[in-house]
Write a protein that binds this ligand. Structure first.
Ligand SMILES: Cc1cc2nc3c(=O)[nH]c(=O)nc-3n(C[C@H](O)[C@H](O)[C@H](O)COP(=O)(O)O)c2cc1C
Length: 214
């Protein structure tokens, strides 16, 4: 079976990225682009991002997670610390995070170091989740091999009974990571494949800004 996709071709012409109209700080440009994506109404989950880690097997692995907060310090997502990504980060905190917002013809690629957020921050976020999501986090030994779906459903049923009138606390192996960026690249599609690529690189406490060839 095969399919040739050579004719898939799109003209990118929605916007441009000029040095004269960007801020000195990539988080501010990230925020501008994030707001524009939210307002565009063309993306279901603008906060969905791909996180790539270097696995214990030496291979990179990418998966989608949800950005739950960003600050000048970095980008925060929540997960299971014992998952495949958790074990990878424990061994090698260097990660890559990327966003692709097709309706905006934009991509952002962030390289950085992931570290666990403070326990009280994870507690606060866990607390804000609906009970079903809280129990889901407890039920699932994320990334482990399981014999069947029914094992999970059975476990959830039992937990629902157990926690009927009890407070659900965050398990220790579930919490947030903050990715502290060392470089942030903004890609804006342009006609004739002459796309704009602007990369911010952290040098000391300042950001160096460079244009990259598309
Ligand atoms: C739209 C979307 C959002 C997701 N959000 C999260 C998330 O915030 N946290 C998480 O741990 N997994 C999330 N997942 C599941 C991950 O992609 C992945 O299956 C899971 O984290 C296990 O990855 P790992 O085995 O590589 O550690 C999401 C998946 C999708 C498609």
């Amino acid at each position: 079976m095969q399919k040739d996709l050579g004719n898939y071709r799109k003209i990118y012409a929605k916007s441009e990225l000029e040095e004269k109209s960007i801020s000195d700080n990539p988080i501010e440009l990230f925020q501008k682009w994030f707001y524009e994506t939210e307002a565009s109404d063309g993306i279901d989950e603008p906060n969905a991002m791909t996180v790539s880690t270097i696995g214990l097997d030496g291979f990179p692995k990418s998966r989608v997670v949800l950005l739950k907060k960003y600050t000048h310090e970095g980008f925060i997502f929540y997960t299971n610390y014992d998952s495949e990504k958790g074990k990878a980060i424990e061994e090698n905190p260097n990660v890559c995070v990327s966003f692709f917002w097709p309706n905006m013809e934009r991509q952002i690629i962030i390289k950085g170091k992931a570290e666990k957020v403070a326990a009280n921050l994870s507690d606060g976020y866990f607390e804000s989740r609906p009970d079903g999501s809280k129990l889901g986090a407890i039920v699932s030994n994320q990334s482990s091999v399981i014999p069947s779906r029914s094992v999970l459903e059975e476990k959830l049923k039992n937990l629902e009974k157990e926690y009927e009138s009890k407070e659900i606390h965050r398990p220790n192996n579930w919490g947030g990571y903050i990715v502290k960026p060392i470089s942030v690249e903004f890609w804006q599609g342009r006609p004739n494949r002459l796309h704009d690529r602007i990369r911010y690189t952290l040098v000391g406490i300042d950001w160096k800004i460079e244009r990259l060839a598309p």
